[in-house]
Design a protein. Sequence first.
Length: 464
Amino acid sequence: MSTRTWAEPYKIKAVELIKMTTPEQRETAIREAGYNTFLLRSEDVYIDLLTDSGVGAMSDRQWAGLMAGDEAYAGSRNFYHLQSTVERYYSYKYTVPTHQGRGAEHILSKILISDGDFIPGNMYFTTTRLHQELAGGTFVDVIINEAHDPLSEHPFKGNVDIEKLDALVAEVGADRIPYICVATCVNMAGGQPLSLANLREVRAWCDRNDALLVHDMTRVAENAHFIQKREEGYRDKLIQDIVYEICSLTDVATMSAKKDAMVNIGGFLAMNDAALYEKACGLVVVYEGLHTYGGMAGRDMEALAIGITESVDDDHIHARVGQVEYLGEQLEKAGIPIVKPIGGHAVFLDARRILPHIPQEQFPAQALAAALYVESGIRSMERGVVSAGRDKVSGENILPRLELVRLTIPRRVYTQAHMDVTADSVIRVMENAELIRGLRFVYEPEVLRFFQATFEPVPRASNG
Ligand SMILES: *Cc1c(COP(=O)(O)O)cnc(C)c1O
């Protein structure tokens, strides 16, 4: 409808009250949580920007969909509704419901990866890479170099570098590469899109090298928004048509429905190949549930089918990304170093530049997220060395170039005033940045350590 403003194309029908806390209460809470925002109780959080996963607000239509749940063990009508919705909007013929995105990654990795295989991708995602490794594969990052540079303003930082793909073939041989996993609006790069022109090149590369093109479609609608805004020839195309075109170029998709599709839980694996579908049906019964419900209740499949329809609406996606940009622009005006261009689902603070006195081995982004919580009760997430984990071979910390704090905006949940409070809080933390100390591990889990690790501040003396 309107292109002048990002104002929300909805109004509020029900509200959830949130608790206000004192700085003393927050100091205690973060200490008890081991300086890990994942371990805070949600009750102690004022504005929760930890993630956009499963925390969106469902519409009245989605809530009504819950009442239309058909909880039959087999052949629920909600499954068929979901399957036809996936085919209509995302082009994939077969849908295997899973409890969430990682359920789909698990099944797909088990089917397609053999010991010693290499799986290129446009930057890693935590659970995706782990499932590839557990299946015997090695992840290889083939995103363009600009994606690792928080200062680069490349419009499509999610693009794949075809030369890196060719170099991998030269090194290991095409027969060791069963597929490439391409994510739309790359989470770990800062919510950065890829272009359709690039995706077409990747498609051609896959055809040349006899590899499948797997689409991590968790944020495909947000990617479509950026294509409409930035790519030659797409200005007048509808979001839903761009989404369809993206999906049509790929063979298989894994979906975390907790993001774009605005449900609290759910996901699926989708594909066009009947033989692959048959294999997936064989595994889904082992790990998730029967192939017509996977890990989901009938009512959840219904809410998801409705959420997909709402997620590809132009007004919806413009408001969604518009709110993220609004927060990013407030921070930029105040001189806060953030990743540019502003991403689709989150604003990423550059912890290296905010806390130059903390070495990366002392987890500056983790320390910054903890400090922001103490300042105002805003919960954010580390996306840096803690998330990157340790090298499989050497056991050393992987030191990624991006050491970021993610302020992730849930869909349809917070208001413009909440964004203003968030910007003010980050500015106050930045003003007192030199008081923030680095952290060291108290407890370090073996896998996906960022979820459950605990830390303590490094004593001042050893901080230099
Ligand atoms: C969230 C996410 C996943 C995993 O999905 P879950 O539903 O959390 O299991 C995979 N890939 C990307 C890009 C994600 O953001």
